[in-house]
Write a protein that binds this ligand. Structure first.
Ligand code: PMV
Length: 318
């Protein structure tokens, strides 16, 4: 039996969003979703058996609260049989301080590392199913390039799969906008959004958009990818504003970056946006426009930090 296993998984950004749970405990979503895995941002996680009385987590060289990781490991013990406590050591190469989600890469890396430590068969479907229990979006971070998470109806049928494992030349420019407002967790945000009177219509539209998105990716039609992704994401945030206790992840700067992307598009550049459970904006473009667009954004927003990410790799053992 191995003593220590290290694995890496990359974060992903959804082009068709997961924003609602049909089953809260199991993370079964209300919609299927589709994402691009990013080369730039990833989590590296080592797991080792320990004699200590509880599971522990060291994140970026600092001992931190291990409640969520402990719950995840308990769930694994229930599923695969009991095993000793685990010391988890994780390094996030994701700008979390700026509100870019790292739970996808974190739970994917932890899942993969644990599969190695427990010598479980490297069944990607099963890894995705497991990662989903940690954080829904983590189900998609097992795969490189593009992944589709088919919502399914229960634990067994809800997992992600690789979709078109090729780089179609899509680029994302991540505008790091620091969060001034208090953060709302994705779980809470989804629960509230589901009370919006327009939520069912967004879910229905999303199913249609997913099929259109798949076609656009297969045709490497980045303009179409961007237009659909932007509409899907703005629709998601609209539910937050229309729900029972309205809330908004956007800051004034978020809106300014969105407006500028729209201006660039009107000027003939490929520029579209997607936004997750925070104020950051990911600008969708293609490889040919990437540099020009980056320069335009840097000139317009000199105080913001921008990172460029492209399609990235599947999980790996180190
Ligand atoms: O995986 P969670 O529970 O953090 O939810 C992620 C939700 C979004 O990032 C907003 C959308 C998505 O599909 O990744």
């Amino acid at each position: 039996m191995k003593n220590i296993v290290t694995a890496r998984a990359h974060t992903n950004i959804a082009l068709i969003k997961y924003w609602g749970k049909a089953d809260l405990a199991l993370n079964i979503p209300t919609t299927s979703s589709l994402s691009m895995t990013l080369d730039q941002f990833y989590t590296t996680t080592s797991v080792a058996f320990t004699q200590e009385p509880s599971d522990s987590l060291i994140l970026n060289a600092e001992a931190v609260d291990a409640t969520r990781v402990g719950q995840f490991l308990e769930m694994m013990r229930g599923k695969y049989g009991d095993f000793p406590k685990i010391a988890v050591r994780s390094e996030n190469h994701v700008p979390t301080a700026a509100g870019l989600a790292s739970s996808a890469s974190s739970f994917a890396a932890l899942t993969v590392a644990m599969f190695g430590l427990l010598d479980l068969p490297k069944d990607e479907q099963e890894m995705s199913r497991l990662a989903r229990r940690g954080s829904g979006s983590a189900s998609r971070s097992i795969f490189g390039n593009f992944a589709v998470w088919n919502k399914g109806v229960d634990d067994q049928s809800s997992f992600a799969e690789s979709f078109h494992n090729e780089d179609i030349g899509l680029s994302m420019i991540v505008a790091e906008i620091s969060a001034e407002q208090k953060k709302m967790s994705s779980t809470k945000g989804m629960q509230l959004a589901q009370t919006a009177p327009t939520y069912a219509a967004w879910v229905e539209k999303s199913a249609h958009q997913l099929e259109e998105m798949k076609k656009a990716i297969l045709h490497a039609d980045i303009e179409k990818v961007g237009l659909i992704a932007q509409d899907n994401a703005l629709g998601m945030h609209e539910q937050n504003r229309l729900c029972r206790e309205p809330f908004d992840y956007f800051t004034a700067q978020t809106q300014a970056v969105i407006d500028f992307a729209k201006t660039c598009y009107r000027q003939g550049l490929l520029a579209f946006v997607t936004i997750d459970a925070g104020p950051n904006v990911k600008i969708i473009t293609d490889r040919a426009s990437e540099r020009r667009l980056l320069e335009k954004f840097q000139a317009e927003f000199p105080d913001l930090t921008f990172d460029v990410a492209r399609a990235g790799g599947a999980y790996e053992y180190l």
